[in-house]
Design a protein around this ligand. Structure first.
Ligand code: SF4
Length: 374
């Protein structure tokens, strides 16, 4: 069995993760509190393997190539964040994994998705339905639209369980109460009888998470799970994800454009641009030593408390039209380092480290050999 590259990470090998929280006292002295969290275990077992995935949509204007050759692996107990601008293909990638590409307009044109060794793209609709919500679960952005306003929380929590797991009413109720407690909803027995509108936004998102987890999935896809929430609730939900992952070893794909969320809970980050993963690496590599000009641009456009006097630097220009995607690097028109080769040939993937890879001619020695204009 291959050893996972993250197994060598210092942080993960430290046994315990010490988190230093600084609390200001009334006498202005500073008390340093050490909160010791349980170690997060990432196994070498591959939960998901996405190879050369291509997804297109037929529209009145022609065919849009939304995902154009995406490759990544996800390990048991790992959180992979997929980041990028709107329309870069991150949600389409997650919908393809979940079997939610609407046919016939949408289609997986090429590639494969292996979940625990089983090829999902070759499965029939009936086979996919047995996996959806049971082995692979998804959390959507807006909890109010994800919940049915006419059904009680109890009915919505137990529905999936009774359909997929064939268990009795009492057992389903017991499990629903257990899940509400796990996601931090007080008085769960009483709350089961209530409707979605009787809960706050943060509580509703917790319920959506409980519904997604009730059948004990091994893979959770969270598509912008905290975008609709305010920052304090956002922090609680992110802590909840971490806690659930430590308790259940679940693998998580987090789809987001919010780098703050990524910094908090991701182990690895995949940066998508124009339907491709242009850079992938562990969290520290992407935040501290990004290699792709687009990743650097994304990081420069995030407000930072330590740089209050500096202006934010937006990435000028817009992503390319995916009705007729460029043959070369899709970032060429917006890239200050673009070379002639970038316009004509898509860069090969260069391995920067065991865990870090980038698609950019700047890292490829062969670009110099081609004697391109810089
Ligand atoms: Fe810029 Fe060329 Fe690298 Fe693309 S391949 S990001 S255009 S330098």
């Amino acid at each position: 069995m291959n050893e996972h590259p993250l197994a060598n990470s210092k942080e993960l090998n430290s046994g315990k993760v010490d988190e230093v929280a600084i609390t200001l006292q009334t006498d202005d002295s500073v008390k340093i509190k050490n909160k010791v969290r349980e170690k997060k275990i990432i196994s070498a077992e591959k939960m998901l393997q996405v190879d050369n995935l291509h997804v297109s949509f037929r529209t009145y204007g022609g065919e849009v190539e939304a995902v154009r050759g995406v490759n990544f692996d996800l390990y048991k107990g790992e959180t992979l964040a997929i980041v990028g601008e709107s329309g870069c293909g991150k949600s389409v990638t997650s919908n393809a994994i979940m079997g939610l590409i609407p046919e016939p307009a949408g289609m997986i044109k090429n590639g494969s998705i292996f979940f625990k060794g089983k090829e999902l793209t070759k499965m029939s609709k009936a086979q996919i339905r047995k996996i959806q919500g049971v082995d692979i679960s998804m959390i959507f952005q807006d909890p109010m639209t994800a919940l049915n306003p006419t059904l009680t929380i109890g009915e919505q929590l137990t529905e999936g369980l009774r359909t997929h797991k064939e268990i009795g009413k009492q057992e389903a109720k017991r499990k629903a109460i257990e899940m509400l407690s796990l996601v931090g909803i007080p008085n769960p027995e009483e709350r089961l009888k209530q409707f979605p509108h009787q809960f706050s936004g943060g509580m509703r998102q917790r319920i959506v998470i409980a519904i997604a987890l009730i059948c004990d999935p091994e893979l959770l896809i969270a598509d912008e799970p905290t975008t609709a929430l305010d920052v304090t609730i956002q922090a609680q939900i992110l802590e909840l994800f971490e806690e659930i992952q430590r308790k259940t070893d679940i693998s998580i794909i987090l789809i987001t454009h919010d780098l703050g969320v990524v910094a908090k809970i991701a182990d690895r980050i995949a940066v998508m641009y124009a339907g491709k993963i242009v850079e992938i690496g562990d969290k520290r590599e992407i935040f501290y030593t990004p290699e792709h000009p687009y990743t650097k641009g994304l990081l420069n456009s995030v407000p930072r408390l330590d740089l209050v006097d500096e202006e934010l630097q937006p990435i000028d220009g817009t992503p390319p039209d995916l009705f007729s995607p460029p043959t070369g690097c899709p970032f060429t028109a917006r890239c200050q380092y673009a070379m002639e080769v970038c316009d004509h040939v898509y860069p090969f993937t260069t391995k920067v480290s065991e865990t870090h890879a980038v698609d950019c001619w700047l890292q490829d020695e062969r670009a110099k050999v081609l004697q391109v204009k810089i």
